[in-house]
Design a protein around this ligand. Structure first.
Ligand code: IVH
Length: 668
């Protein structure tokens, strides 16, 4: 056979084998025997070898390789966020109300099963899988492409030809119950410890260094989220149907719902039906169908505003409450923890359960020695949901919430309207001091390389630091005197601290760990008020005038700045050169030209992306709103605007402006 013919034949065999793969693993409708399949695969293998073909997306690569790989970290093009949770129909109604309030119109929802596995982001270019990345910390994950290529239901080359040139698709890698149980049966036979649950096992498998072992683990994958520039449709539902045509395994169990009643019907059905599925699910994800509306709704720092996860109620078992201990967190909140007679739930041994706060203890009327019901669902820490009162001995003692901090002895306080007890000794209570430092150095805050929980523990116990400002006064000698700290690590810490002097103000503000000032609130405060002095001088009332700053946040900010020791801390950090004002770059171009204007963006644009336009509106003091209402000032109109939108603006008499008009408006 000449080379050209051979290459042609290789291509044909690859294609044929992928078709069989698809029939078997995606459609579950095989059309040839396993034996025949293996014969052809061997033939392909032989030919690829003979003609020196090394195509990573050939079916021959699905068996993996035993070359060990360390995973490269890859930054996600679109962050991988999580979803906010709902546990009742009531919370879904609240979600619906929030959505409608922003978009101002009725919308369709898509209901999907929430698969309980390990999330993955797949990138395709020109119809071929180019990369598979784990969620990681949401911003960057591990490149596990070689392992993912072994998962038969993931297409290496797409079917048809109407897929976008480049896109991402996200989904869940799962280990089917059947595979998991067989694996555990083997382990049991060998007297080895058992695996906890399919989710952890799938995640662990995905991170194995030897992809040929991964290939034997029979992982499966369901995809549920298509991302990219040129998606086929505005509807998420339609896009997934298309993705199914391209060869992806898209669950058949999803529904396009016109209203909440249809959403609830889907949830009620799957609450019990899910036990018949081959893989683990732990809820239903409800998503706004239209991508356009999704864009309008946008994201909070943690999750999209256009989706919510309803969690199924978890399995419940009973065990005995042995004692209650108390943990003090970074903010001083005291969390009671139940110590239980160990009991297996959903595959893991549970020894402890959170009790959240004093009210929960009171409502449960807990007594030491009680037989309690414990539930565990997904990632959630187990919790006690009830007491079997018939099992209570009259001598059992009621659990009484502690009055003093278990760490520093300070009397606990409970603010009005709050469920939690706090230790008010913010700057003198060890777990609070250490927790604040951990938060300060963490990646989303000051991102100081080389300092972790362990180093902070050491630094604190050696009395080298007692607040975050002290970190900046550490010397190399002091660091090198710490246990297991070599010169290189010490230098890394010093370099990290030095680099943190350039961290923008909004992250410094977040890093201070003021209660209720998360990433988003910090950003809002900095964008509005620009300097620490301005923030410090605001009254509660002034603060609440700012969009998205409520009374609780305002109070916490005012309270924080009212403490002299905090002002001293800021002075020290200022002296160290940390950023306490918005920088010139952020400030440049910031105007009030669009102050008071509510602008709706619609359509596609030529010069700027929608995100850029949105940013420009915000940079100039305007507000980008999602839907047209009588309060809309302008419709910033691009090409291909839907007729219903145009009708609405005409009806309400809202002026439309083009991209060029908008840009001119800003120039003036
Ligand atoms: S959509 C922006 N759909 O649940 C987030 N997620 O708690 C888009 N998950 O990280 C995710 N089934 O790993 C979506 N049908 C589904 C899902 C699903 C499971 C996972 C996913 C996500 C987590 C959120």
């Amino acid at each position: 056979m000449n080379r050209e013919d051979a290459l042609q034949k290789i291509k044909e065999l690859q294609h044929e084998l992928e078709e069989h793969n698809y029939n078997y693993y995606v459609l579950a409708k095989p059309t040839i025997s396993d034996f025949e399949f293996d014969m052809r695969l061997k033939e392909l293998e032989k030919m690829e070898k003979e003609f020196g073909v090394n195509d990573p997306n050939s079916p021959t690569h699905r068996v993996g390789s035993d070359l060990s790989s360390d995973f490269e970290q890859v930054v996600h093009k679109y962050g991988m966020l999580s979803l906010s949770n709902a546990y009742s129909e009531e919370e879904i109604r609240e979600f619906d109300t929030r959505v409608k309030k922003i978009i101002g119109i009725e919308c369709d929802y898509v209901c999907e099963l929430k698969f309980d596995g390990s999330s993955i982001s797949l990138s395709y270019e020109n119809g071929e899988l180019v990369r598979a990345v784990t969620r990681g910390d949401g911003e960057k994950g591990d490149d596990v492409t070689t392992n993912v290529r072994t998962i038969r239901s993931i297409p290496l080359k797409l079917r048809g030809n109407d897929y976008p040139e480049s896109f991402e698709i996200r989904g869940e890698i799962l280990m089917p119950f059947e595979v998991f149980n067989a694996l555990n049966a083997e382990l049991e036979e060998a007297g080895e410890p058992l695996l906890a649950n399919p989710r952890n096992t799938a995640a662990g498998t995905l991170k194995m260094k030897n992809s040929s072992v991964v290939a034997t683990r029979k992982l499966d994958a369901y995809l549920y989220y298509l991302l990219g520039e040129n998606l086929p449709a505005d509807g998420h539902y339609e896009n997934l149907q298309k993705a199914r045509e391209w060869g992806f395994k898209i669950s058949d169990h999803m529904a396009l719902c016109k209203n909440l009643e249809e959403v609830f019907a889907f949830i009620r059905k799957w609450d019990t039906e899910r036990f018949k599925l081959p893989v683990a699910t732990d809820g239903v994800v409800i998503k706004v169908n239209s991508k356009n509306l999704q864009d309008n709704l946008g994201f909070t720092a943690k999750s999209p505003r256009w989706a919510i996860a309803y969690k199924f109620k978890a399995e419940s078992v009973s065990t005995v409450l042995k004692s209650v201990s108390y943990q003090v967190g970074r903010t001083g909140a005291v969390t009671p923890v139940a110590n239980l007679e160990p009991i297996p739930i959903a595959g893991t041994i549970v020894k402890r359960a959170t009790l959240h706060n004093a009210d929960i203890i009171k409502n449960l009327d807990l007594h030491i020695g009680d037989t309690v019901y414990v539930e565990k669902g997904g990632e959630i820490i187990p919790k006690i949901t009830g007491v079997d009162a018939t099992q209570r001995h009259p001598m059992f003692e009621a659990v009484r919430f502690i009055a003093n901090c278990p760490e520093c002895g300070t009397p606990l306080v409970r603010n009005e309207g709050e469920a939690a007890h706090y230790c008010p000794n913010e700057d003198g209570c060890p777990p609070q001091i250490k927790g604040k430092m951990e938060h300060f150095v963490s990646r989303k805050a000051m991102d100081i390389d080389g300092i972790g929980e362990e180093t902070i523990e050491l630094l604190y116990s050696q009395k080298l630091v007692k607040n975050i400002a002290d970190l900046y006064e550490l010397s190399k000698e002091q660091l090198m005197n710490l246990d297991r700290m070599a010169e290189k690590s010490a230098q890394r810490i010093l370099d990290g601290l030095d680099a943190s002097r350039k961290v923008p103000f909004e992250r410094v503000l977040f890093a201070l760990g003021i209660r209720f000032v998360g990433e988003t609130v910090a950003k809002t405060l900095v964008n509005k008020l620009h300097t620490i002095e301005n923030i410090q001088n605001q009254s509660r009332e002034q603060l609440t005038e700012i969009d998205e700053i409520g009374g609780r946040i305002a109070e916490s900010v005012v309270d924080w700045f009212s403490k002299p020791e905090h002002l001293v801390l800021i002075e020290k950090l200022k002296k160290q050169g940390l950023q306490f004002a918005i920088n010139d770059e952020q400030l440049a171009g910031r105007t009030e030209k669009l102050a008071g204007l509510n602008i709706v963006i619609s359509g596609t644009f030529e010069k700027h992306s929608r995100d850029e336009l949105k940013k420009m509106i915000e940079m100039n003091g305007g507000k980008n709103v999602g839907s047209i209402s009588k309060n809309t000032s302008y419709l910033l109109a691009g090409n291909n605007i839907g007729p219903s939108k145009l009708e609405k603006v005409t009806k309400l008499g809202i002026p439309t402006i083009s991209e060029d008009d908008f840009l001119k408006l800003l120039e003036n």
